[in-house]
Design a protein around this ligand. Structure first.
Ligand SMILES: Cc1cc2nc3c(=O)[nH]c(=O)nc-3n(C[C@H](O)[C@H](O)[C@H](O)COP(=O)(O)O)c2cc1C
Length: 253
């Protein structure tokens, strides 16, 4: 069969239009489900870092929903630490940090975390499960290759760390990627958070002397990644991060 050029081009054009319409309508139709899955995944991370489930537990949606009956997600004003009357799932601090109208540039003393802007609104999760009360704070900062996204859980009285987790990063498996190795993360629970001179919690180079009450050993062969984790902790626990909120929470309970 012989087809004219006009026919072939017309056919290709119609095919392109049909396919793009299909792809975009599928994306729109699935948006709600994708958002729900994202929220479910975030809830699982919060539950794990708060020590309400073990790392290997499957956590089906029903279990997550039950556990979340005792967890309150709140939105706070980063600068004042005040609660904002906004549903937690409607806020995306990472996205908002890219919008100059919804964020501020990171003060220069915290530049080591390589987070250029901080959103004005932040999410926090207040865990009220009896015996497991804690605060879960989303954190992020740059390692060697990538931005590392995670959660830090602190006891309600801010006396010690409950846990830390990194759920997304692009560090090298076996080197910087070990930040998500349970045996490394297990050093964090029980460490102090604030010392006499501000944030005490930190990560120091594996061979360097450290204050065992507050500091954990870095990963050998991945000093840049672990310096990034240290800078990330200092940024988010400091006055430009959750500091104002944590101060209010501690005094008001
Ligand atoms: C292929 C390759 C991947 C690496 N990945 C990382 C990494 O993910 N994180 C990191 O801090 N260093 C990584 N490094 C090592 C750094 O370049 C650097 O040597 C190291 O951070 C120094 O750490 P040390 O003082 O503990 O040896 C990598 C090196 C190579 C060659």
């Amino acid at each position: 069969m012989d087809f004219s050029i006009k026919y072939v081009l017309g056919f290709a054009l119609v095919l392109c239009i049909v396919c793009s319409a299909l792809v975009s309508s599928t994306a729109v139709a699935l948006k709600e489900r994708q958002d729900a899955n994202k929220e479910l995944d975030q809830r699982r991370q919060v539950i794990r870092v708060a020590g309400l489930a073990l790392a290997g537990d499957a956590l089906p949606k029903e279990t997550v929903d039950t556990l979340f009956e005792n967890i309150q997600g709140r939105v706070i004003d980063r600068e004042t630490g005040d609660y904002l009357d906004v549903p937690v799932a409607s806020v995306n601090p990472i996205k908002e940090s890219k919008d100059p109208a919804m964020s501020a540039s990171t003060p220069s003393e915290f530049k080591a975390a390589q987070v250029s802007r901080l959103s004005n609104r932040l999410q926090v999760f207040e865990v009220k499960t009896p015996g497991k009360e804690c605060l879960v704070l989303p954190i992020h900062g740059k390692g060697l290759w990538s931005t590392m996204y995670g959660y830090l859980a602190l006891k309600n009285d801010l006396s010690e760390v409950v846990g830390i987790t990194f759920y997304a990063h692009g560090e090298t498996p076996g080197l910087g990627g070990e930040i998500d190795n349970p045996s490394w993360k297990d050093q964090f629970p029980g460490r102090g958070v604030y010392g006499a001179d501000g944030v005490g919690l930190g990560v120091v180079k594996a061979s360097a002397p450290r204050d065992k009450d507050y500091e954990v050993d870095g990963l050998s062969g991945a000093t840049i990644t672990t310096k990034g984790v240290d800078a990330t902790i200092k940024l988010w626990l400091g006055p430009a991060g959750y500091g104002p909120y944590l101060e209010q929470f501690k005094t008001q309970g």
